[in-house]
Design a protein around this ligand. Structure first.
Ligand SMILES: [Zn+2]
Length: 322
C-alpha cells in the first residue's frame, strides 16, 4: 500500500480536508464552515478525523499533512503571520506545531496559493514542467511561483504577491498602499466595487436591476453575466479586467519566462469564455518569443485542487528537506 498524505485547505468561508495519494488523487474529502467552531483548528481536526475514518484502514499509511492558509506564513517555522483577514483567529499561531501535536504527524504550513502552485506543478496543469506561475483570482488575487523546481517565497515571504503588482502606474489607490494594483481591476472584490461605483445613482441601470434594485448588491459573477448579455457598463469593466490580466501575464512571462501560467480561483470560471480576449491582451504586453514558449491555461478553482495543493506542499517539503 503506498503512502498517503493529508491535505487541508483553509478558506475564508470554507475549510476542506482530504486524503491524497502519491499520484495526487484525492480519495476522500470533506468540508465545513471555517468559523463553525470557536477555533478554526477544531474545524480542521474534526474534518481530518472524518476523512481518516472515510478511508478506513488506508488511514494507517498517512505519513504527513500539509495545510494551506489564506494569509502570510513563515513556512520554515510553520508559523502564521499577520494579518489573516478572513481567519483572524489563526494570526501569529504556530500552526505546524499545534496541529502536528494533535495528529502525531509531521505538518507543513504555507500560504494557500503557494500550496495551490505546488499542486498544479506536481499533479495539475504544470505537471512535468520545471517552472510555473499560478495566478489565483478570487475575492482578492494571490499567486504562487515555482522556478527551476523551487517555490519562490522571497526574503520576507512576499514572493508571489502579484495581486499587488501595479498594472497601471498612475492607477487608483489600493488598500495595500500602492496604486494601480492588479487586484483593483481583476479581483472579484475589485470588479464588484467598480460596478457598484459606476452604477450608484442609476437605478435604471441593468446591473442595478439585476441586483434587485440595490447597487451595493452587485457581485462579480453578476457583472460577468451582464457583460455577456451586452450591458455596456459591465462590458467595460470586464474588458478592463481582461486587459489587466493580459498586462500581468506580460509581467510574469517577460520577467520570469515560466513554462506554464495557470489562471485559477473563484473568478476563473467566469474567465473561461474570455480566454481569447485575455490571450489577445497578453500578446500586446509580452515579448512574442517568450510568450510562444509559455503555455497559458485557465483552470476553474474548486476545493479539491486546494486539498491536493496542501498535500503537494507536504510532499515538496519532505523532498526538499531530505
Ligand atoms: Zn495593492
Amino acid at each position: 500500500m503506498s503512502r498517503l498524505i493529508l491535505g487541508v485547505d483553509v478558506g475564508g468561508t470554507t475549510t476542506a480536508a482530504g486524503v491524497v495519494t502519491a499520484d495526487g488523487d484525492v480519495i476522500g474529502w470533506q468540508s465545513a464552515p471555517t468559523h463553525g467552531a470557536a477555533d478554526p483548528l477544531a474545524t480542521m481536526t474534526a474534518l481530518i478525523t472524518g476523512v481518516r475514518k472515510a478511508v478506513g484502514r488506508r488511514a494507517e499509511t498517512i505519513g504527513a499533512a500539509g495545510v494551506g492558509v489564506p494569509g502570510p506564513v513563515d513556512a520554515a517555522r510553520g508559523r502564521i503571520g499577520e494579518p489573516v483577514t478572513h481567519v483572524p483567529a489563526l494570526a501569529g499561531r504556530a500552526l505546524a506545531g499545534e496541529l502536528g501535536e494533535r495528529l502525531g504527524l509531521p505538518v507543513f504550513v504555507d500560504n494557500d496559493v503557494n500550496a495551490l502552485a505546488l499542486g498544479e506543478w506536481m499533479f495539475g496543469a504544470g505537471r512535468g514542467s520545471r517552472s510555473l506561475v499560478v495566478l489565483a483570482a478570487g475575492t482578492g488575487i494571490g499567486a504562487g511561483i515555482v522556478l527551476d523546481g523551487r517555490i519562490v517565497r522571497g526574503a520576507a515571504g512576499f514572493g508571489g504577491e502579484l495581486g499587488h503588482v501595479p498594472v497601471k502606474f498612475d492607477g487608483e489607490r489600493c488598500f495595500c498602499g500602492g496604486r494601480g494594483c492588479l487586484s483593483i481591476y481583476a479581483s472579484g472584490r475589485g470588479i464588484a466595487d467598480a460596478a457598484r461605483a459606476r452604477a450608484a445613482g442609476h437605478p435604471e441601470a441593468a446591473l442595478v436591476k439585476a441586483a434587485a434594485g440595490d447597487s451595493q448588491g452587485i457581485t462579480a459573477p453578476l457583472v460577468f453575466r451582464a457583460a455577456a448579455d451586452g450591458d455596456h457598463v459591465a462590458a467595460a469593466i470586464v474588458d478592463e479586467a481582461c486587459q489587466a490580466l493580459g498586462a500581468m501575464i506580460g509581467i510574469i512571462v517577460n520577467g520570469l519566462n515560466p513554462e506554464v501560467v495557470v489562471v485559477t480561483g473563484g473568478v476563473a470560471q467566469s474567465l473561461v469564455p474570455l480566454e481569447p480576449k485575455i490571450l489577445g491582451a497578453a500578446a500586446e504586453y509580452t515579448l512574442p518569443r517568450a510568450l510562444a514558449a509559455t503555455r497559458i491555461t485557465i483552470v476553474p478553482g474548486d476545493k479539491r485542487i486546494g486539498v491536493r495543493g496542501a498535500a503537494a506542499l507536504a510532499l515538496y517539503e519532505e523532498r526538499t528537506s531530505s
